[in-house]
Design a protein around this ligand. Structure first.
Ligand SMILES: Cc1cc2nc3c(=O)[nH]c(=O)nc-3n(C[C@H](O)[C@H](O)[C@H](O)COP(=O)(O)O)c2cc1C
Length: 168
């Protein structure tokens, strides 16, 4: 699968088989995050793989009881361990960690695994469940597993609406 194909075929998967995901595949996904670029190559991130049923149940509660977290045999939680403001005004924590998360989601797609970026979760509940230190920012959560559905592509804005040339 090419990067283009992974980008074009990836979907948010919200229904999963309970079949466990092979360790080697999960490592491949996590490795894609590790290799992502970051501001000044600081790599101030950590990717927490969760497979323990009790912890997954806590993540389910923490993610506003989203069914996808209940069904999937694993989840990845991406956190930022430090942040600074770049001269552009953006904070490195959400930018860097989101890039790494995107890499992982695309690699998962290539490996036949489903994911769903979750931004709707109560961070303090996730922190408590996974013993994440107070000064660590929890950026994103995804269930990960073999898809039990084939979602339709969601609509995107037309090219000319989101792309401009030479000026805004
Ligand atoms: C930052 C972010 C937060 C999201 N949070 C959730 C979420 O909490 N629950 C959920 O089911 N989907 C969530 N999504 C998935 C989006 O709804 C989905 O990406 C969008 O509808 C496009 O669909 P697609 O991913 O299948 O292309 C989130 C996506 C992003 C990028």
């Amino acid at each position: 699968m090419t990067v283009k194909e992974a980008i074009e075929t990836r979907r948010s998967v919200r229904s999963y088989s309970s079949k466990p995901v092979e360790e080697a595949l999960l490592r491949e996904v996590l490795e894609a995050g590790r290799l992502a670029p970051s501001a000044s190559n600081q790599q101030k991130w950590k990717f927490i793989l969760v497979r323990d049923p009790e912890k997954l149940a806590a993540l389910y509660e923490a993610s506003e009881r989203q069914q996808s977290v209940k069904e999937a045999p694993a989840a990845i939680v991406a956190v930022a361990t430090a942040s600074y403001d770049m001269s552009c005004g953006e904070r490195t924590a959400p930018v860097d960690t989101s890039i790494a998360f995107s890499f992982m989601l695309l690699r998962a797609q290539e490996l036949g695994l489903g994911t769903c970026w979750l931004g709707h979760f109560f961070p303090e509940q996730v922190r408590a469940a996974l013993a994440i230190p107070e000064d660590v920012e929890i950026v994103a959560v995804t269930p990960i597993g073999y898809p039990a559905e084939t979602p339709e592509a969601r609509p995107r804005l037309p090219f000319d609406e989101v792309v401009s040339y030479e000026k805004y």
